[in-house]
Ligand binder design. Structure first.
Ligand code: PLP
Length: 398
């Protein structure tokens, strides 16, 4: 049955694809070995570096984010290698399982799914590893199942202070283009990303940014790889081309999405996400509900995971919101199934879209007879207007 008005896709990815990107994708597919493809290839490969904040090469695979996880591991490691991973939530757990399927020896630093990776725990484990058996440290920057970020710069500092040579692999699938992230400054060796979250594209592209150290490791790494081999990719990328048929129409979309991010300016993109995230948290607090993330330093600006009061099922609440208000909210994943709902506030998103989103949540709480306090939307609107007034005052003072 037709529902009038726009569907609110407020899961933390895939996100709303803006009209400009949809229009860009809707163009004739061209010869990917012909001369006009080269400009497209060169432009997206160059602009991607600005979004990853790196001078290193970034490669693009036609795959979901999971493919880029696999590429990061198979290019840098060998069977039996020990890797240190941190249990931040469902996505960190899936990455671990992927590593184990390749015969890697995973040490998983336990976590409570309410905190980011602990830099001190990483440092302590690396200091113990006197023989350098640990070949890589893998961390999820923004754990999409919990709305908790890990402090990547602090984890880099922990690796350095342990004087350990392990590679540093970071998943930014739900943070890139939403939360400040610096591949070069933070000394990351492989950054993993995907198209359908902060980059505002449909699913189907994934990325690895690759440091010099990671490229050297790839020469020695012996895990089998063919489709994911960086060497083949980097060799032809140099001229703007790809070793096999690329997802040309998604690359049209990527070109447009990168232009949009760079037109707005990355600093303003990050500030917008921070503003919308803080307003979301104001609403949750006013409702008297609990934010899953325990440490304010680790709040995610991409999404907020909200704990459902005891005895109330998050999935039946979400079903009510979808049925009555045509809005999709994120479900609880893994051990959080039924216990949390997640509000995505990343990608092509602004104040009035957030106001609509939070209104749908508040009406859903009312209809589902969840115990809550009214006034969450009001609290968020006040926060957003206060932000704007402060910005205007700062601008006129400058
Ligand atoms: C979405 C997501 C993934 C999985 O990506 P797919 O595109 O579904 O393969 C992995 N890690 C994080 C942090 C994510 O948000």
């Amino acid at each position: 049955m037709h529902s009038s008005g726009r569907h609110f896709l407020q899961i933390p990815g895939p996100t709303n694809v803006p009209e400009r990107v949809l229009r860009a994708i809707d163009s004739a597919t061209i010869d990917h070995r012909g001369p006009s493809f080269r400009d497209l290839g060169n432009e997206v490969l160059a602009n991607l570096k600005r979004v990853f904040q790196t001078d290193a090469p970034v490669v693009i695979f036609p795959a979901s984010g999971t493919g880029a996880w696999e590429a990061a591991l198979v290019n840098t490691l060998s069977a039996g290698d020990r890797v240190l991973m941190c249990e931040t939530g469902h996505f960190a757990t899936l990455w671990r399982h992927l590593a184990e399927k390749f015969g890697l020896e995973v040490e998983f630093i336990a976590g409570d799914w309410r905190h980011g990776a602990d830099p001190q725990a990483v440092e302590a484990r690396l200091v113990e590893d006197r023989n350098g058996d640990i070949k890589a440290v893998c961390v999820v920057h923004n754990e999409t199942s919990t709305g908790v970020t890990s402090r990547i710069a602090e984890i880099r500092a922990a690796i350095d202070s342990a004087r350990h040579a392990a590679l540093f692999l970071v998943d930014t699938i739900s943070s890139l283009g939403s939360i400040d992230y610096r591949h070069d400054d933070w000394g990351v060796d492989v950054t993993v990303a995907g198209s359908q979250k902060g980059l505002m594209l449909p699913p189907g592209l994934s990325f690895n940014a690759i440091s010099d150290k990671a490229r050297s490791a790839a020469v020695r790494a012996t895990l089998p790889r063919s489709y994911w081999d960086w060497a083949d990719m980097l060799a032809v990328n140099r001229n703007g081309y790809f070793p096999y048929t690329p997802a040309t129409n998604l690359l049209y979309g990527l070109r447009e999405a990168l232009s949009m991010l760079l037109e707005e300016g990355m600093d303003r993109v990050f500030a917008r996400h921070a503003r919308l995230a803080e307003a979301s948290r104001c609403a949750v607090r006013a409702w008297g509900l609990e934010i899953l993330c325990r440490d304010p330093r680790e709040y995610s600006d991409s999404l907020t995971a909200v704990l459902m009061p005891e005895g109330h099922d998050a999935d039946s609440f979400r079903a009510t919101v979808l049925d009555r208000f045509n809005m999709s909210l994120g479900s609880g994943l893994g051990q959080l199934a039924g216990k949390v709902f997640r509000i995505g506030h990343l990608g092509d998103f602004n104040e009035l879209m957030l106001a609509g989103t939070l209104s749908g949540v508040e009406m859903g709480l009312e209809l589902s007879e969840v115990p809550y306090n009214r006034g969450g939307v009001q609290a968020a609107l006040l926060q957003l207007s206060t932000d704007r007034r402060r910005d205007a005052a700062a601008a006129s003072a400058a």
